[in-house]
Write a protein that binds this ligand. Structure first.
Ligand SMILES: *[C@@H]1O[C@H](CO)[C@@H](O)[C@H](O)[C@H]1NC(C)=O
Ligand SMILES: *[C@@H]1O[C@H](CO)[C@@H](O)[C@H](O)[C@H]1NC(C)=O
Ligand SMILES: *[C@@H]1O[C@H](CO)[C@@H](O)[C@H](O)[C@H]1NC(C)=O
Ligand SMILES: *[C@@H]1O[C@H](CO)[C@@H](O)[C@H](O)[C@H]1NC(C)=O
Ligand SMILES: *[C@@H]1O[C@H](CO)[C@@H](O)[C@H](O)[C@H]1NC(C)=O
Ligand SMILES: *[C@@H]1O[C@H](CO)[C@@H](O)[C@H](O)[C@H]1NC(C)=O
Length: 382
């Protein structure tokens, strides 16, 4: 019924029953002169304001897009936001991605390492993390996209396709938490392969596509993809002489974790089991950078961390990781790993062996990897 009232009457009604100023999101937003587009959107879409005002969702932190952010988006996409060209669902998805689940005053976001936080974006078109029903994630950092820059810079929030939004005004309080003003709209998370496309990782994209591996990577709930840059592939030179098809396929699996690990989750010195059986990668932090090492030596620097994707996260690295050398099949339980813990039995992620959450993935992944190795080696050479 209420939705038939003109929005302005609805607001007046709210005031008349004595709701405190700035308890409501619309009132908090009215205190900042850079937020008039947002104000008009919230006024004409009471259901969106409700996302922020509803008391039953707990504390939240709203990354409020400035007028400049909407204008930039409108120019890039040829949409007229005020004119209602945005579909309700689209607007709802975009705005819910700007709502962090929890109370994050700026002081909670500024430490080295940064913070990855779930948002209210639960739409399955943009979120496939597996596990609980939490929304997709944003990453906030004052130390760049991997949280490790040597000096503190501006506080930024990182979303889909490697896009980021600087926070320009912090800590406007309202009834359910905090509002920080951002000068860019966060891009909604896309699949791994379309994010790679947007970041011009064409060698990797091409390899995955031709290898028919793209779909597995894109649809597996909860993954981390260490994505070698164009230069990393170029530096491989002539892999034909160095890697057998089997080694090539293993190498791809070595670049994927069966769980979304945002940079704050990657503990320094920690070993993370990969989809290549028995092989882990290790996390190193030094001199202003985050590095990932494979068992076979070499140290890949994270060039761009925390690219949020629909089913997890991607970290772009500057080298192709190499596995530790093993004898025979990598699925042999006796294959030893040089990745640190010596002869202890390989720690296998819940994803890879016999877990109920992931066991339908493993056979298909293994088969695919086996089947595509030759294609993949051709692609790399192409
Ligand atoms: C927006 O419109 C301009 C001019 O009409 C056009 O050149 C441009 O390709 C359009 N951009 C998009 C994203 O549609
Ligand atoms: C926006 O919507 C109006 C009214 O529906 C329509 O006339 C106009 O062409 C639309 N503009 C774009 C860029 O889609
Ligand atoms: C913010 O920081 C305070 C103080 O360190 C802490 O108690 C609180 O749990 C933090 N909030 C979140 C959402 O992490
Ligand atoms: C926010 O987080 C809480 C606790 O993890 C969870 O119960 C709730 O469903 C989340 N809310 C949204 C909208 O995702
Ligand atoms: C690998 O195989 C060779 C020859 O079969 C053997 O000498 C070597 O010790 C093996 N290495 C490992 C790590 O098992
Ligand atoms: C998987 O787990 C089930 C029950 O826990 C067990 O019976 C079965 O042998 C396991 N399969 C493998 C391949 O480890």
């Amino acid at each position: 019924m209420r939705s038939y009232l003109p929005p302005i009457l609805y607001l007046l009604l709210a005031c008349a029953v004595g709701i405190q100023a700035q308890d409501k999101i619309a009132d908090a937003v009215a205190t900042d002169g850079k937020l008039s587009t947002l104000r008009s959107i919230l006024t004409s879409n009471p259901a969106l304001a409700q996302l922020l005002d509803d008391k039953s969702y707990g504390q939240r932190t709203f990354l409020a897009p400035s007028d400049a952010a909407f204008a930039k988006y409108a120019a890039e996409t040829n949409t007229t936001i005020r004119g209602g060209n945005f579909s309700r669902t689209q607007l709802e998805a975009i705005l819910s991605y700007h709502v962090m689940n929890g109370s994050f005053p700026a002081s909670n976001l500024t430490s080295r390492g940064g913070v990855a936080a779930a948002t209210f974006l639960q739409d399955s078109q943009y979120t496939n993390l597996g596990g609980g029903g939490g929304g997709n994630v944003v990453y906030a950092s004052r130390y760049g996209s991997s949280g490790e820059a040597s000096a503190a810079g501006k506080l930024e929030v990182f979303g889909g396709v490697g896009n980021s939004a600087p926070i320009v005004t912090t800590d406007i309080k309202y009834g359910n938490g905090y509002v920080h003003v951002v000068d860019n709209l966060l891009s909604l998370p896309q699949t791994c392969t379309s994010s790679m496309g947007k970041l011009s990782l064409t060698s990797l994209t091409q390899a995955l596509n031709r290898a028919v591996l793209a779909q597995t990577l894109d649809t597996t709930p909860g993954v981390t993809c260490f994505a070698p840059s164009q230069e990393a592939f170029a530096a491989l030179g002539n892999p034909e002489g160095k890697l057998s098809p089997k080694e090539l396929s293993d190498t791809l699996m070595l670049h994927t974790l069966g769980k979304a690990e945002y940079s704050p989750d990657l503990e320094t010195g920690g070993e993370y089991p990969t989809l290549m059986t028995g092989q882990s990668v290790k996390v190193v932090r030094e001199s202003g950078s985050l590095y990932i090492t494979g068992g076979g030596g070499g140290k890949a620097k994270v060039l761009r961390g925390n690219v949020i994707v629909k089913n997890g996260v991607m970290h772009v690295i500057d080298q192709v990781l190499t596995p530790s050398s093993t004898n025979g099949s990598s699925s042999s339980p006796t294959s030893s790993s040089g990745a640190g813990t010596g002869d202890s039995s390989p720690s296998v992620s819940g994803f890879s062996k016999n877990s109920s959450s992931g066991n339908h993935i493993v056979p298909s992944t293994a088969l695919l990897f086996t089947a595509i190795t030759i294609i993949f080696s051709r692609v790399i050479l192409a």
